[in-house]
Design a protein around this ligand. Structure first.
Ligand code: INI
Length: 156
């Protein structure tokens, strides 16, 4: 019997150009996500010249800038990094919801990997746990997903 054809990305390439779109809100957390993402890209052979960091005010602005970056044709993947931390008002839902939806839309519209490294959490403690302490680093995870997707999309 023939083997099942299986396609999957790997992490060996180190090629491609990566835009890291970074929200300034909650920067004490987000800078750790950025460190984690850059470290992961570097450790997989991506040079600093292949990376562009684009800073935006907050998570709400991330989709528009991802859209512009995707439309430029300059990048093989985008890594969106931010932190939306729940407050006492519905503001959180609007910012987190629009950011998440917008990022998914850009990815599908442009056929480009846009990795979701935006924390949407209930507390500062949860944000700290996910930015390089006991629950890992979501920025590093997003970068690793971007690397894998760049490799996978070349096969499709
Ligand atoms: N932006 C964030 O990135 N994180 C948040 O937690 C946040 N909260 O809680 O309000 C936030 N708001 C700002 C928003 O992203 C826009 O920058 C602002 O509304 C201007 O458009």
């Amino acid at each position: 019997m023939d083997a099942i054809r299986t396609l999957e990305g790997d992490f060996t390439g180190g090629d491609g150009r990566y835009a890291l779109v970074v929200g300034r809100w909650n920067s004490f957390v987000v800078e750790h996500l950025l460190d984690g993402a850059v470290d992961t890209l570097r450790r997989h052979g991506v040079s600093d010249k292949q990376m562009t960091i684009i800073r935006v005010p907050g998570a709400f602005e991330i989709p528009l800038v991802c859209e512009k970056a995707a439309a430029s044709g300059d990048y093989d993947a985008i890594i969106a990094l931010g932190a939306v931390i729940r407050g006492g008002t519905p503001h959180f839902e609007h910012v987190a919801g629009e950011c998440t939806k917008g990022i998914a839309q850009v990815s599908l519209q442009h056929g480009l990997p846009v990795a979701f490294g935006v924390l949407t959490v209930d507390s500062i403690e949860q944000a700290i746990e996910r930015s390089g302490t006991k629950a890992g680093n979501k920025g590093a995870e997003a970068a690793s997903s971007a690397l894998e997707m760049v490799s996978l999309l070349k096969q499709l």
